[in-house]
Ligand binder design. Sequence first.
Ligand code: NAI
Length: 255
Amino acid sequence: MDLGAKLRDRHVFVTGASSGLGMHFARLAAGCGALVTVGARRRERLDALVGELDALGAAEARAVDLDVTQAASVEAALAEAGRAAPLDVLVNNAGISEARPALDISEALFDGVLATNLKGVWLASTAAARTWREAGRGGTIVNVASILAFRVAGAVPAYAASKAGVVQLTSALALEWARYGIRVNALAPGYIATEMNADFFGTPAGEALVKRIPMRRLGEPSDLDGAFLLLATDASRWMTGTCVTVDGGHLSSSL
Ligand code: NAI
């Protein structure tokens, strides 16, 4: 089965696409011939990415301003994307981490992590689902969770709690929206060096962490491609409310 071909001519919206995994998912989808809309706050980066996506893909890519913590911004971004073509796939990828122990986290930082990682998923998912339901068409949502939804590490308590919330929200939305033909699944990556964490992997603690991954290496963004394409296409047509882990075995590391 050619999973990539299943994305051809689909309209895929990726949040937080100005770097890291979001940028990778946007490139992957464009390379499969999808119409890709990328949303984030750093517009200049998105505009550069759109040029690249156009060269990769069959369909014209678009960039929209998006702050996933703000309902008005999310609604405007999805409406703008929908005017170009009805949306088929929403990828809730935007996320931030605090990299601080619990006692050093301010209320504002805690709120910011939860607002981006959890509330943002809820805002974008409900905005997309409302449109799909009104149009009488289904849709597909892929939420980017993390292995920190299932186990913990030091200095990321808000992040871990937010990602556990994403997994549970995925299931709750899947339950409510299956009747509308809307599927909601999550992808839980293990550690992959991106802007979010690259500094850490240069430290002794980071190197020690890599040794605890059963496969003894960090992931590459492309290690997620199979699971991403599965969840974003009708190859997963009887899957909803689930979470697929891709982590080099990290969740199975010895306790
Ligand atoms: P990253 O920092 O490169 O990308 C995060 C993106 O989200 C950035 O483009 C950032 O601008 C965007 N963003 C942050 N706040 C936003 C907001 N309010 N509105 C719109 N966009 C916003 O980091 P990475 O690693 O690519 O993260 C992508 C997703 O993958 C995140 O949800 C992260 O939690 C998740 N993840 C990453 C892992 C890793 O090891 N890199 C492992 C597991 C999950």
